[in-house]
Write a protein that binds this ligand. Sequence first.
Ligand code: AMP
Length: 183
Amino acid sequence: MNLIFLGAPGSGKGTQASSLVTQFGLAHVSTGDILRAAVANKTPLGLEAYGFMSAGKLVPDSVVIGIIRERLLMPDCDSGFLLDGFPRTVPQAEALAQILETLGKNLSRVIYLEVGEEELFKRLLARGRSDDTAETVRERLKVYQTQTSPLIEHYTALGLLARIEGVGSVDEITARIRASLPA
Ligand code: AMP
């Protein structure tokens, strides 16, 4: 099973992803985690990404596409993967489709976690991560609206989207997601 988790920052993607990868033995591929590790280790990638991340902007497509291209080649992805935070733009989605075609793999489902804007803002400020100040939170939500939300249409048109109500207890939301997965 190869899944994408789609949703605004604060929609609960990370939390739900962690529980699903354990249940299904999937590789958890989070571009945010990979980028944060690169920043912490001050690698060339980290130095390039840091300015974008701390401003709440997207790291350039070419950079994250390169990360994903390498990551999906790793053997743990052979038994299925869950993409958490990628793709975030239509060009990223198109590049992913090409990469998967080369690898002879398909997407099983795109899980869209739907949460209202006010609730997102509240959750993000409560989280207190270093890139979660009021100003960057506003910027990240704006970036999500303009650059990422078109993916909802994109994957609906491909017949892959499962729309999941993202408000409720963690277990309730996990159950909704499980019910939406292919048998
Ligand atoms: P996340 O943990 O997924 O919210 O990602 C944290 C930050 O990493 C984002 O605000 C972006 O700056 C950057 N980032 C993560 N994934 C991507 C992506 N697919 N495309 C561009 N930037 C990304």
